[in-house]
Design a protein around this ligand. Structure first.
Ligand code: NOJ
Length: 704
């Protein structure tokens, strides 16, 4: 690749740093794409020097674009096609926050594997996924795209997602490369407002936010997308602390960096550059390789280098990384790699892919409440009410290629049991005749929630309640003396009010292509729910951010029997969330006993085996996700009251009991200082093992 680099002109090299939409290469530039092209100030020569394309619709389209492009390329350097394949290509898996609820990284692996196989038939080479952003603020719409609030859980999910995309090597057909995003700290947008300022302490950055991006890179992610926000006042897209000190120097990563959409140009709005020339200067010196959808490099880098302001070596380093990625993707051998309409017919939406999506959907649901109404009897007569009864909008945000029309609705799958259905959400619109028919049912199944478009990018909300009149339905149901099961569809934690009156509450998120069938399996007990919350559900918006791994404070509130006035609490609400991280019920009843540590005195070179007996005290077989948390009582800095270190999912037959084991090593006791140093201290620790972050057995041990 170094030889190729030497043969390239300055303009050709700079072109490699430009990413634009694929239609620029095939449409009549003067007529059809005049607007965007004019805005970017790109002429045809610059367009055909571009190194990569953003998005592509089909194999045919990719082949046409690549062919036209290569005809004009002096060195025959192929374009890379990159796209947002977030939770499935056409076979849509549950949204990431739902997948995280499975606490099963294998689900993330399968989602990515199937996404890669399907997407590569369209000639896609890189997916802008996974999103490794940690989030504690459910007002932020992109909570739906992430894996929740915990660094250990997020890291496990992103690691497998990256491995799933890569499969047995990005050079092979059916495999794609991953671009982890959004580096860094995007999930901490102030007040949950998308694109807003981020202000994170260095200690929090190192310990909470950075580990998951790093894990993705260690797993083989070949690209990193920068985030829209600033960090310490510097937009991440040009932040040399992140892109050079952390990424290149500390992590020794050679991943290609790419801006987010137009985010290089946006440093003008951030107020850290005077004009596009300075934008280009800050980008290349900051450590940004590819510029997505803006044109500072294409229009200004050459003069910056000619004038001796920028060292050409910076350009060469960036271009070399991009060329090497193209080589490793096998594009020099076959620029059309993967693109095949014929393969698409057999692979895309295949029965086995849909089965995998259904299994993922099963594991992604969380039973938040059940007074015994679930599972339903196979003969149960159901009145199915609420907007999601007949809606196909359950695929979730960020599923560009996912089709809604091909999948069943709840009404369709529950048809044999339904005696009445109405998607109306306003109880006042139900007539006496409607009510009489509802009363004939054994139970009401109410399918309500946020619409898909209320979460996702640029979809923040300040009130995170169930919209409209949906929750008022409970008054009507109660006045009829009927029992109800609520199915909740949403892309973020919501504040749940009247819905609590429901006899059972099933968190469905957006479950993807197989949503309805998977829900039916859970309703009738063919499948036992096992998901747990990957993010806390606040009691009201004023509690935000509420997350389980907080610090203790100097005046901790000790609970309802703590009558001290001057402690860290609210006057009007408890400190605890409505539903805690790690919480989720099952049709089985799991009991924990006999927590045992192989030693209570651990040395630096030893490990501790922690065992606990988990018993399924019911006649229903099911899965339980057991969680191990650690607290470091005394350290150089204040440490969280608990941190998830390990989790495992085990299957239990009726009344089966198992001794399950975890291993604690020194790595589990290490923590970051604000300097970025990873350290540990001798002394006392608490280990907690249980069914959620707020229900566990505990013991202490010492590191000597
Ligand atoms: C903007 C989003 O922030 C990012 O996640 C996405 O990958 C790019 N657009 C490209 O579509």
């Amino acid at each position: 690749m170094k030889n190729l680099l030497k043969q390239m002109s300055m303009k050709e090299k700079i072109g490699q740093l430009l990413q634009i939409p694929p239609f620029f290469f095939v449409k009549d530039l003067k007529i059809e794409v005049a607007g965007p092209v004019e805005e970017l100030h790109l002429d045809e020569e610059k367009i055909f020097f571009a190194g990569s394309a953003l998005g592509i619709g089909s194999a045919e389209e990719m082949i046409e674009v690549q062919r036209k492009y290569l005809e004009k390329s002096r060195h025959k350097i192929p374009l890379i096609f990159m796209a947002d394949i977030i939770h499935g290509y056409k076979t849509i898996f549950p949204v990431p926050i739902a997948m995280a609820s499975s606490f099963n990284p294998e689900i993330a692996y399968q989602c990515a594997r199937i996404s890669a196989k399907e997407a590569s038939t369209s000639g896609i080479h890189v997916s802008f996924s996974p999103m490794a952003d940690l989030s504690r603020d459910p007002r932020w719409g992109r909570v739906v795209e992430g894996f929740g609030e915990d660094p250990t859980l997020i890291s496990s999910m992103v690691e497998q997602m990256v491995k799933g995309y890569i499969g047995d090597g990005i050079e092979k057909e059916g495999n794609i490369a991953s671009c982890v995003k959004h580096f860094a700290g995007y999930g901490a947008s102030e007040a949950g407002r998308d694109y807003n300022t981020v202000d994170i302490s260095k200690i929090s950055l190192y310990s909470q936010y950075l580990p998951a991006y790093r894990k993705a890179l260690e797993a083989g992610s070949r690209m990193v997308m920068t985030s829209f926000n600033t960090l310490d006042g510097v937009p991440c897209t040009v932040n040399s602390f992140l892109l050079r000190d952390v990424l290149r120097n500390n992590w020794k990563s050679n991943a290609v960096t790419i801006s987010d959409y137009d985010s290089l140009k946006q440093i003008l709005a951030h107020g850290i550059a005077e004009d596009m020339k300075e934008v280009a200067y800050k980008g290349i010196t900051g450590g940004l390789d590819i510029e997505m959808a803006s044109s500072a490099y294409s229009n200004h880098l050459e003069s910056l280098i000619d004038e001796g302001i920028v060292d050409e070596r910076l350009l060469d380093e960036a271009v070399l990384r991009i060329l090497e990625l193209k080589r490793d993707l096998g594009l020099f051998d076959n620029p059309y790699k993967g693109a095949s309409p014929e393969m698409a017919k057999t692979i895309v939406l295949s029965e086995s892919n849909l089965q995998a999506a259904r299994k993922a959907a099963h594991e992604s649901m969380i039973l938040l409440k059940n007074d015994g109404v679930l599972p339903l009897d196979s003969q149960a007569k159901i009145a199915l009410l609420g907007p999601y009864s007949t809606s196909r909008r359950v695929v979730g945000p960020w599923s560009w290629h996912g089709r809604r029309d091909v999948h069943d609705t709840l009404e369709e799958v529950l048809n044999d049991n339904i005696i009445y259905v109405n998607c109306e959400e306003d109880p006042k619109k139900y007539t006496k005749e409607d009510i009489d028919r509802i009363k004939e049912a054994d139970i009401v199944v109410l399918a309500i929630g946020e619409d898909e478009h209320l979460s996702g990018e640029a979809h923040s909300r300040s009130k995170i309640r169930i919209p409209g009149k949906q929750e008022q339905m409970f008054e009507m149901i109660h006045s009829l003396g009927m029992k109800s099961i609520t199915l909740l569809f949403n892309g973020r934690p919501l504040i749940l009010d009247q819905i609590q009156q429901s006899n059972a509450l099933l968190e469905c998120w957006f479950l993807g292509s197989e949503s309805s069938s998977a829900i039916k399996d859970i309703l009738f007990g063919t499948v036992n729910p096992s998901g747990k919350l990957p993010i806390s559900f606040p009691r009201n918006e004023g509690q935000i951010p509420v997350y389980y791994n907080h610090l203790n404070t100097g005046r901790p509130y000790l609970g309802p029997n703590d009558y001290n006035e001057y402690v860290s609490k609210y006057l009007d609400i408890e400190n605890t969330p409505m539903y805690a991280f790690g919480y989720g019920l099952s049709y089985s009843t799991f009991n924990y006993s006999d927590l045992n540590l192989s030693t209570n005195r651990m040395t630096e070179t030893e490990s501790i085996t922690v065992s606990v007996t988990v018993k399924n005290d019911s006649n229903v077989e099911g899965d339980e996700i057991s969680q191990l948390y650690i607290r470091d009582y005394v350290a150089r800095v204040s440490r969280p009251v608990k941190e998830l270190k390990h989790f495992q999912k085990n299957h239990f037959k009726e009344f089966q009991s198992k001794v399950i084991e975890f291993t604690i090593t020194l790595d589990d006791l290490k923590y970051y200082l604000g300097t970025g140093d990873l350290v540990f201290d001798k002394g006392r620790f608490q280990v907690m093992v249980g069914t959620s972050s707020d229900s566990y057995l505990s013991d202490d041990f010492e590191l000597i």
